[in-house]
Design a protein around this ligand. Structure first.
Ligand SMILES: [Zn+2]
Ligand SMILES: [Zn+2]
Length: 348
């Protein structure tokens, strides 16, 4: 089969011929129907170096995948060949306390995982290929009726990651509350949809680009604010001076984190989802009282089931541009240039 492989750090991936995978006991091979291209793949290609993460190339890219069950290893029950499925992309040890809750991204025994702190497309072969080997059947989640693999693929990361970030703040988002989404890209626009679908909060979207703010409006944002020196003041004005109950930063740069703090309300949440590498100083006087600041990484398997349900019901619909496997590098090029519309999904 053909696969888009990262051969070494800081290089362009290459489309090459590799052997078809065969499932061992307990494993599943999925025929890929859609593989989302993620901004974090650019970090793998451009910035990562030996030691950045506990795994190394070569591997096939693609960590947000869906398709159909192609082959089942010995002992796998409850799945059937041809069944449409999504792949939960973080592959932990399966037995630690976090993995037992389905929170594999926070696996506490990573040395016992198929690859430490990674998954398919993150150290092991992912879905930018005709087939993907999934090392344990628990990571294969049946698609609900009404959701096809192309729509489902980005939900496994671009949907699941903002869903997890929003869900943890649900208690702070009753009617009358305000949520701010900073960065309306591949994840942020889905974050707006998830806030509208699962909370009664007013949603304010912030971005530097006019087209991103238009996308936010299409996704249901109640108000948009252009990122810049007056953004925090605009958000405070829009909230009667109180600030936003929840700020979700999908960029994570110094400037967006500073905006998040300046726009947040007391007892609020500032959740850092974007891996922009910025920092924010916390002292008694520098942040609103009882503001909780947290990073999140991906989401849990039960949450994936929930976000797929939202997708099947049309409540969460990532904006998608499809590319053939031959054109996958174009998808990344457009992402790098900032000209990509919504989420790129590779359809092998
Ligand atoms: Zn990703
Ligand atoms: Zn674990």
């Amino acid at each position: 089969m053909r696969a888009l492989r990262l051969r070494e750090w800081q290089s362009e991936p290459e489309l090459v011929e590799v052997p078809d995978p065969t499932p061992g006991p307990g494993q599943v091979v999925v025929r890929i129907g859609g593989a989302g291209a993620c901004h974090s793949d650019l970090h793998l290609m451009d910035e990562f170096e030996p030691g950045t993460v506990p795994w190394n190339p070569p591997f096939t890219l693609g960590h947000e995948n869906a398709g159909w069950v192609h082959a089942l290893g010995d002992g796998v029950t409850g799945l059937s060949v041809g069944q449409p499925v999504a792949v939960f992309g973080a592959w932990g040890c399966g037995t630690c306390a976090r993995c037992r809750l389905g929170i594999d991204p926070y696996c506490e025994n990573p040395s016992a995982a198929p690859v430490p702190s990674g998954g398919g497309g993150l150290g092991l072969d992912g879905g930018m290929a005709e087939f993907e080997l999934v090392p344990h059947a628990r990571h294969v989640v049946p698609l609900p009726e009404g959701l096809d693999p192309v729509q489902a693929a980005p939900l496994t990361d671009a949907g699941l990651t903002p869903y997890h970030a929003v869900r943890r703040s649900w208690p702070k988002l009753p009617p009358g509350s305000t949520a701010v989404v900073i960065g309306v890209g591949g994840l942020g626009h889905v974050g707006v949809q998830i806030l509208k679908a699962t909370t009664a909060a007013r949603v304010i979207a912030v971005d530097t680009r006019a087209e991103a703010l238009r996308l936010a409006e299409e996704c249901g944002a109640d108000r948009t604010v252009t990122s810049g020196p007056t953004a925090a003041e605009e958000i405070r004005d829009a909230t009667g001076g109180r600030g936003a109950d929840v700020v979700l930063d999908f960029v994570g740069a110094d400037s967006t984190l500073a905006l998040g703090v300046a726009a947040a309300r007391t007892v609020g949440d500032l959740t850092i989802v974007g891996i922009g590498g910025g920092t924010v100083g916390v002292s008694f006087f520098s942040v609103p009282y009882e503001l909780s600041i947290a990073t999140t990484y991906w989401g849990s398997r039960p949450e994936l089931v929930e976000v797929l349900d939202l997708g099947a019901r049309g409540l969460v619909r990532p904006s998608i541009t499809t590319f053939a496997l031959d054109d996958a590098l174009d998808a990344y090029r457009q992402m790098r240039d900032g000209t990509l519309e919504g989420r790129a999904v590779i359809v092998p």
